[in-house]
Design a protein around this ligand. Structure first.
Ligand SMILES: [Zn+2]
Length: 243
């Protein structure tokens, strides 16, 4: 290797690290967390809403049944009254029996009216909580739409930054010999994306450990352009050269 090839590799590593950072930033945008939280909230509220709606439907069914019976009983009262006062029935015993029927039916009407009112009272808080939950769900849907479009914008922004960096890659990879490039990619895959580290102040800036004095001394006396590796992390070590 020549010193300039190693410097080219270092420049390539710097570029790839920046691309990796942008990809990481893109994958961990705060909008994603926000959307996950919103999805959880929506699921919770929907479950609550379903439970309330189910109870409400049961009460509603009981109310309808009571109203149906109420209407039928009122019809019956009208019918018996019509016969009672229609003049077609004259037998006093029969008239007395009909009057008794009307009295019984009126009592039932009153009971049914009370039942309907009771059920309406029972519904009231449920109707209110259903309306409240619908309002919250609407707000959550609005926040979700907002977070989604904000995520889209942020993703596109970072996407164009990445595209701008990737355009520079061939020019930086070009001067690096093919076998060195292959080794670089292998190390990158194994070492969290960082295959090349700088040797700065006796330390490897890949693993941040100081090299033993003997090792440092050996590297200093090697022919420039020699491939050096960090013993602790296995990365290619490059002296930061003149820019
Ligand atoms: Zn190291």
């Amino acid at each position: 290797m020549s010193t300039s090839e190693l410097q080219a590799l270092l420049a390539l590593q710097d570029l790839d690290s920046r691309i990796d950072q942008e990809r990481h930033r893109q994958a961990h945008l705060p909008q994603r967390t926000e959307l996950e939280e919103l999805a959880r909230s929506v699921a919770e509220r929907r479950a609550s809403r379903d439970a309330v709606a189910l109870t409400l439907a049961e009460v509603g069914a009981r109310q309808e049944a009571a109203e149906r019976e109420l209407k039928a009983t009122e019809d019956r009262v009208r019918h018996v009254n019509a016969r009672l006062y229609g003049g077609t029935v004259t037998a006093s015993r029969e008239l007395q029996a009909m009057a008794g029927d009307v009295e019984g039916l009126r009592k039932r009407v009153s009971e049914l009216e009370d039942r309907v009112l009771g059920l309406l009272d029972e519904r009231e808080p449920m109707d209110a909580s259903l309306a409240e939950l619908d309002k919250i769900l609407d707000e959550l849907a609005a926040r979700r739409a907002e977070a989604e479009s904000s995520l889209e914008v942020a993703e596109a922004e970072i996407g164009s930054i990445i595209a701008g960096l990737e355009v520079q890659r061939p020019a930086l990879a070009g001067p690096v010999p093919a076998d060195l490039l292959a080794k670089y990619e292998r190390l990158r895959a194994r070492l969290g994306g960082v295959a090349v580290a700088r040797l700065v102040g006796g330390r490897c800036d890949g693993c941040h450990l100081s090299l033993p004095a003997v090792e440092l001394d050996r590297i200093r006396h090697d022919v420039p352009g020699t491939m050096e590796y960090c013993d602790q992390c296995g990365r290619i070590l490059v002296m930061p050269g003149p820019a």
